[in-house]
Design a protein around this ligand. Sequence first.
Ligand SMILES: CC(C)(COP(=O)(O)OP(=O)(O)OC[C@H]1O[C@@H](n2cnc3c(N)ncnc32)[C@H](O)[C@@H]1OP(=O)(O)O)[C@@H](O)C(=O)NCCC(=O)NCCS
Length: 160
Amino acid sequence: MKTENFTLRCFQPRDLDAVIRINMTCLPENYTPFFYLQHYRNFPKAFYVAEVDGRVVGYVMSRVERGLSNHKPLSIVKKGHIVSIAVLPEYRRRGIGKALMTHSLEGLREYGAEECYLEVRVSNTAAINLYKSLGFEMVRVVKRYYLDGEDAYIMSRRLT
Ligand SMILES: CC(C)(COP(=O)(O)OP(=O)(O)OC[C@H]1O[C@@H](n2cnc3c(N)ncnc32)[C@H](O)[C@@H]1OP(=O)(O)O)[C@@H](O)C(=O)NCCC(=O)NCCS
């Protein structure tokens, strides 16, 4: 396992190109620059990047929504939503993904979110394990959620 140090900080607009490049390298779900900047403007404390030797190597982008609770039956609550997370392949398995998630969850908590949810491909064992290690549980399956027809697990955890 590699052991170089990494640092985390909140996303800044100057990170946009790097974040888009990481997203395009790591995920088939891609977004417009406007989409990233909108999340930065609305929820800056939940949008983090990880740096190694001054290079941005990972990010997590999240937001707060209002909707039906996954934990309190028939309640409308503020829910955090992990919209996108990725770490460049050569920097994985050294705790960066977990640290990004932990910081984003703390930001979501600061915005008053009571719980947090996300979608993940049913085949994405790495991400599912990461989320389980942070206390997320599968709450349901959404059939053919992804454009290529793959199903998604909705995973959720309480933040309070
Ligand atoms: C998912 C992802 C962000 C994890 O980033 P990471 O920096 O490698 O994660 P961490 O090093 O913090 O791993 C934390 C835990 O997650 C689990 N995990 C991470 N990668 C794993 C893998 N390849 N296989 C199994 N478990 C894995 C492990 O439990 C790990 O703890 P451990 O290393 O002590 O065993 C990264 O694999 C990635 O960018 N994948 C492509 C993009 C993606 O799938 N994003 C999620 C979309 S929902």
